[in-house]
Design a protein around this ligand. Structure first.
Ligand SMILES: *[C@@H]1O[C@H](CO)[C@@H](O)[C@H](O)[C@H]1NC(C)=O
Ligand SMILES: *[C@@H]1O[C@H](CO)[C@@H](O)[C@H](O)[C@H]1NC(C)=O
Length: 629
């Protein structure tokens, strides 16, 4: 109670609640706590009402057997070669002539997960039609109903987080911690944001007016677009699928998700969960559709006249193709492409404190992270300390599978998982080798890693490349791999110049004890997002927009900007009072006098925008005089 009284004697409280400060300081008037309790009571009733109408509904999705630790199946040496399709044991139950197959496998073990028919153009068109049909009803739902879907998803995700993490691990070979940070936390944060702030971001918004339009009320209404599409990469199969889906449906749209061929198995299950949730909440699950196809068929989606917006997450090569194909029906595109994110370690930075975060920023998800730290620009005075730290940690890193048993029958603890496939291994080995030739300092495997018992897994040894020169190829291209680059610099201006020197501009981080200096450096970076003394947290606060500058793409997802980009911001202007616009006689068709009509409009401009009250007054006088001429 003492605290409460203290609070009530606070100057703000006194000025806002009482006319006479002496009255309060003299003794506590019983009407103040009473008001407080009354407010508390109203809030409690409101909260109960909200909860009763908005409690999460439980739903279940059958857990896939392959998500179990130690699960076994046929190993496939190289699933990208279609020769395994001659094995009748792994073929899908229905085979159709002329259709291609997509095979899913666990890249950490090489175990076969499933082989399915890839969608052809006709099936893609059918799915778009079904989503469009469901959206006709869905767009009429209110935010209470949409929030209930989000709450149900959030509860299910929290209750099933381990299962979801294991499904993601099985399909991509990542570790449970990579999944916890990049899939679960991020998705919960997005759901929470939609629940708490989504409606606010989509509320009709009042806009200002001006002298000419003083009698009008102006608003922006954020209306659903119809059916939108998300074309997403494989690195976070849960988050990359759910994030565009939940934002799209919250804004009142239907959505088609096209996932990468690499993660069809897990994405199908994650999308099934959303469909099941919609069904349990009383809505049509066809609102959300998953398309699994090869790039050759993707134009059936990108160039469909029904698709009103495309969110693309992936490489810049494919992003450009999508953006070009989308011009057929002028479909707007949000492009989230690659990055070469710099971490700038300023002089006097506390290496002990920032090094563990930098390490996670580089090796999270084995570097297969669009906002992963791709370059560490470290002041020359701190270079040795940081390099030693990385050397010590990286040489001790263990890679493997969090779901496979060793020959002795146990699952070992690992720091890093597998890579999605071996396609880029030779290229990575070459850029590291070239850097070494040019004088870089290499620690760690620097090449494909052959696991002792997971011989069919695709692993790349965690590597540190020190003394990197910004002109080296490795410092320019996005490596998307477990490779830390340490670039020493002398002057802060040099660090900013190097940071800005790649074609990308996605995220960045600045590290140092002087907050003003950090802010100054952050201001000079050409990129979409910066975190200071932290890694990637601009994505954990989902109230912020996510996206890049330069070659990292355009448009934003996340935050009000992202949610609104999935809507048609319709400008609506209407009368505020009893006055409405009428055409003065002098301008009415047929115009009777060229001179008078011109003088009238010229004087109107003087009245509205003229400088000085004389000019304005003369303008008004003439407007009145000429109006009926
Ligand atoms: C939202 O819609 C549901 C179902 O039509 C209705 O029961 C509920 O009262 C509506 N809520 C609000 C806040 O309009
Ligand atoms: C980024 O650095 C480059 C090179 O130093 C410079 O030309 C550019 O102006 C910088 N960008 C900003 C926003 O200051």
């Amino acid at each position: 109670m003492d605290r409460l009284i203290d609070f009530m004697n606070h100057p703000y409280f006194i000025t806002s609640m009482s006319r006479d400060p002496d009255e309060v300081s003299a003794g506590l008037d019983p009407k103040y706590p009473l008001t407080l309790f009354l407010a508390l009571g109203i809030w409690l009733v409101y909260d109960r009402y909200q909860k009763a109408h908005n409690s999460p509904l439980p739903f279940e999705v059958t857990p896939p057997a392959a998500a179990d630790p130690g699960w076994e199946s046929l190993p496939i040496a190289d699933a990208s070669i279609e020769s395994h399709l001659t094995n009748p044991d792994i073929m899908p139950p229905v085979a159709l002539p002329g259709r291609r197959y997509i095979t899913s496998f666990d890249p950490a073990t090489g175990l076969h997960l499933q082989t399915v028919l890839a969608d052809d153009e006709e099936l893609i068109e059918t799915k778009i039609r079904q989503a469009a049909h469901a959206q006709r009803y869905w767009k009429t739902t209110n935010f209470t109903q949409r929030r209930r879907v989000m709450r149900s998803l959030l509860k299910w995700l929290v209750d099933n987080q381990e299962l979801c993490a294991r499904v993601a691990c099985r399909d991509t070979g990542k570790t449970l911690i990579d999944a916890a940070l990049g899939e679960i936390l991020t998705t919960c944060s997005k759901l929470e944001w939609l629940i708490n702030r989504g409606e606010g971001a989509l509320q009709p918004e009042k806009r200002g007016s001006n002298l000419m339009m003083f009698y009008k009320k102006s608003e922006v209404h954020y209306e659903p677009l119809g059916v939108v599409a998300g074309i997403v990469s494989w690195n976070y199969p849960l988050h990359n699928a759910w994030s565009p889906i939940i934002a799209s449906i919250f804004a009142g749209n239907g959505v088609i998700l096209k996932c990468s061929e690499n993660v069809v198995w897990s994405t199908s299950w994650f999308v099934e969960a959303i469909q099941e949730c919609l069904r349990v909440c009383g809505h049509d699950p066809e609102l959300v559709q998953l398309v699994c196809c090869y790039p050759e068929q993707a134009n059936a989606l990108i160039q469909s006249p029904t698709i009103k917006h495309i969110t693309f997450i992936g490489s810049d090569t494919v992003g450009r193709k999508v953006a070009m194909a989308a011009t057929k029906h002028l479909t707007p595109v949000t492009l989230e492409l690659g990055g070469k994110d710099p971490a700038i370690v300023l002089p006097k930075a506390d290496i002990k404190k920032c090094a563990p975060l930098l390490l996670r920023g580089v090796y999270q998800n084995m570097g297969q992270n669009c906002i992963g730290i791709e370059r560490i620009l470290v002041h020359a005075s701190l270079y040795d300390d940081l390099f030693d730290y990385f050397e010590d940690k990286v040489t001790k890193m263990r890679v493997g599978s969090v779901l496979a048993r060793s020959p002795e029958g146990y699952i070992s603890t690992v720091d890093g998982g597998a890579m999605i496939n071996p396609d880029r291994f030779r290229g990575l080995e070459k850029v590291i080798f070239d850097a070494e030739e040019a004088g870089a300092q290499i620690v760690g495997g620097a090449k494909q890693y052959n696991h002792v018992y997971l011989e069919n897994g695709y692993y790349f040894a965690p590597t540190v490349v020190g003394n990197v020169d910004p002109e080296m190829e490795i410092a320019k291209q996005e490596v998307f791999a477990p490779i830390a680059l340490l670039i020493p610099y002398d002057k802060i201006e040099d660090a900013v110049r190097i940071a800005n020197s790649t074609k990308y501009g996605l995220g960045a981080s600045v590290w140092g004890p002087d907050r003003d200096l950090c802010m100054k450096v952050a201001k000079n970076l050409e990129c979409g997002m910066v975190s200071i003394n932290d890694f990637g947290v601009f994505y954990i606060n989902q109230d912020l927009p996510f996206g890049g500058a330069k070659g990292s793409g355009y448009g934003r997802f996340g935050g009000p900007e992202g949610l609104r980009s999935l809507t048609n911001p319709k400008a609506v202007i209407r009368d505020r009072f009893w006055i409405s616009t009428s055409i003065p006689k002098v301008l009415d068709y047929p115009v009777r006098s060229l001179h008078n009509s011109w003088e009238f409009s010229a004087n109107l401009v003087h009245f509205l925008y003229g400088f000085g009250w004389r000019s304005r007054f003369a303008g008004l006088y003439n407007v009145i005089k000429l109006a009926n001429k």
